[in-house]
Design a protein around this ligand. Structure first.
Ligand SMILES: Cc1ncc(COP(=O)(O)OP(=O)(O)O)c(N)n1
Ligand code: TZP
Length: 540
């Protein structure tokens, strides 16, 4: 593994789940967990169990949890605590599942399956909270995410007031994270008003005293702000998480989705703060993609958790899903620069990854095919062993021959739709776009990301118009795909690109500032650190 400087905001599925930060609970001993059938052929599948209510409208509750986990690559089993009659207008009825039957469902799932994380939603009675606590003591899991659902967004009560005491006294002390919104936080604290970010901090500290390891107080309901600010507290430090407030009526189920996304990321091995950041990003992106959908006639509609599947060829198939966070620091090679500095493509790629590049593209305009394929084969091995995706510029034939992770094409190359036909569904396809119309076409063609530039003037690509920040912003705002900025980006201006704060701008692609330099590793490391600082600044 490269010795990267600072932990990146990257959770690539090819990185093994190793950084789990919640070691309090361990899986039960082999005596309590049945033996697996064939350990040798076992393939781990991160597993979340949601214990929540069913929403007949499909936007929140169990339905939201299952979709969020599926979208983030985790398996989701479900214990249903209540069946609600619900739609976009509100909650018309609630039918509680008998408590003993909830115990039976918990027993069925937890005694048989390797559940990594339990996420709770609607726990409508004190008895149900108690049964859950008993089951968790009998069948410990790696983490417990508690979303203290008490009142629906439409204002309807979803739990008996007597559950409050059990929540606070029993469940919270077992929880790794509790995720109240401001109304729930206020209720948990006896009705104190939460009107400012400072009140949210105080509330997080008070709720932490009930026993959870982490608290996330969600500020989505705070009045009038272009930002959605959440407060994360680990018992010592507060982190303010800033997100975009998406203007849409389709927000039903955001709380459930955030908590189940945190659970899915924890099940995949993420640390808590990282899981929260990924989950917040996922919810924002889903809301952004769903803002114009129309389902139902009431004031609050559902959103599309599976927005990434909208374009049929996108992100399906046997290979791992493309993680847009891998666009963070995109190293694009250049044969002329390598020659100038007398280094092989392989050495250039190794050094870039060592310095912290999160994705690599071989852009070898002058290379002979045979020589290029040899180098590409070697780079595939280098990148695979380091968990970094490798793409080939323009040459679909080389990408197929070396089994690269994907291809990047420009507007005058063959279209992304044709590249998809040739590469199949599991590969990554990037398209260069300078206009919103091109971005729309890239999405329709089944691309995975957009390269947008030149943002600044560059000498690396001849006759390339400069778009500036305005051009970049126009493409990002129009694009349903993640975007990486390219063109003239270096250590002095990279921070300002990230600080534009564009939701789907995931990173920068760089050629000369990495490869037209004496030490590729040092340059990459420096740039990585600048990006990490700028990203942290914009996000929290
Ligand atoms: C990440 C990324 N973005 C844009 C480009 C430019 O690609 P293209 O328009 O095909 O131009 P050439 O690279 O072929 O000159 C890129 N390569 N990578
Ligand atoms: C390939 C490409 N596409 C748009 S600008 C550019 C060149 C980027 O190179 P540099 O990072 O050296 O400016």
């Amino acid at each position: 593994m490269p010795s990267a400087p600072a932990p990146p905001p990257v959770l690539h599925p090819r990185f093994p789940a190793s950084s789990f930060s919640c070691p309090r609970r361990t899986h039960p001993s082999p005596r309590t967990r049945p033996r697996r059938l064939s350990a040798a052929r076992e393939m781990p599948w991160p597993h979340v169990l949601t214990v929540a209510g069913s929403d007949s409208g499909g936007g929140a509750g169990i339905q939201a949890d299952i979709k969020a986990c599926a979208a983030l690559g985790a398996y989701c089993s479900s214990v249903i605590t209540a069946v609600t009659a619900q739609n976009t207008a509100g909650v018309q009825g609630v039918h509680l599942v008998p408590e003993e039957f909830i115990r039976q469902q918990l027993n069925s799932v937890l005694s048989d399956m390797s559940v990594d994380v339990v996420k709770t939603g609607m726990l409508p009675s004190a008895g149900i909270v108690q049964i859950l606590c008993e089951s968790l003591r009998k069948f410990p899991v790696k983490a417990l995410v508690v979303d203290p659902v008490m009142v629906s967004t439409s204002g309807d009560a979803l739990s008996d007031p007597s559950t409050l005491t059990n929540y606070r006294d029993e469940l919270f002390s077992m929880a790794d994270i509790v995720t109240p919104n401001v109304k729930e936080a206020s209720k948990l604290l006896g009705g104190i008003p939460l009107l400012t970010v400072s009140d949210m901090r105080d509330a997080a500290a008070s709720i932490h005293k009930f026993g959870p390891r982490y608290v996330l107080v969600k500020g989505g309901d705070m009045p009038d702000s272009s930002e959605a600010i959440d407060i994360f507290f680990d018992g010592k430090e507060f982190v303010e998480l800033h997100g975009h407030r998406i203007k849409t009526r389709n927000t039903h189920g955001t709380g459930c989705t955030l908590a189940s996304s945190i659970a899915a990321e924890l099940a995949k091995g993420s640390t808590m703060l990282h899981a929260v950041r990924v989950a917040k990003n996922f919810v924002e992106s889903a809301l952004h993609h769903s803002k114009d959908l129309v389902i139902g006639n009431g004031p609050q509609g559902p959103f599309d958790h599976l927005f990434r599947l909208k374009c049929p060829p996108y992100n399906i198939g046997s290979q791992q899903m493309f993680n847009p966070d891998s666009l963070f620091l995109y190293a694009v090679t250049d044969s002329r620069m390598n020659k100038r500095w007398d280094r092989s493509i392989e050495d250039a790629v190794k050094a870039a990854i060592e310095g912290g590049a999160t994705i690599v593209q071989l852009r070898e305009k002058d290379a002979e095919s045979r020589e290029f394929l040899e180098a590409a084969n070697a780079c595939v091995e280098i990148c695979k062993s380091r968990g970094v995706p490798l793409l080939i510029n323009d040459r679909v034939d080389i990408a197929l021959a070396c089994n690269a992770d994907g291809v990047h094409v420009g507007q005058s190359d063959i279209s992304a739709r044709e590249v998809r036909e040739l590469l199949g569904p599991g590969k990554i396809i990037g398209v260069s776009c300078k206009t919103p119309a091109q971005a729309e076409q890239a999405w329709n063609d089944g691309a995975d990301y957009i390269g947008c530039g030149g943002v600044f003037p560059t000498t690396t690509k001849a006759n390339n118009p400069t778009l500036g920040f305005e051009g970049l912003k126009a493409v990002c705002l129009a694009s349903k795909l993640p975007v990486v900025a390219i063109g003239g980006i270096n250590a002095t201006n990279a921070g300002s690109v990230m600080e534009l704060g564009l939701l789907n701008l995931k990173g920068v692609a760089v050629v000369s500032a990495l490869f037209d330099r004496e030490c590729v590793m040092t340059e990459t490391r420096g740039l990585r650190s600048i990006l990490t600082d700028a990203f942290a600044c914009f996000r929290s």
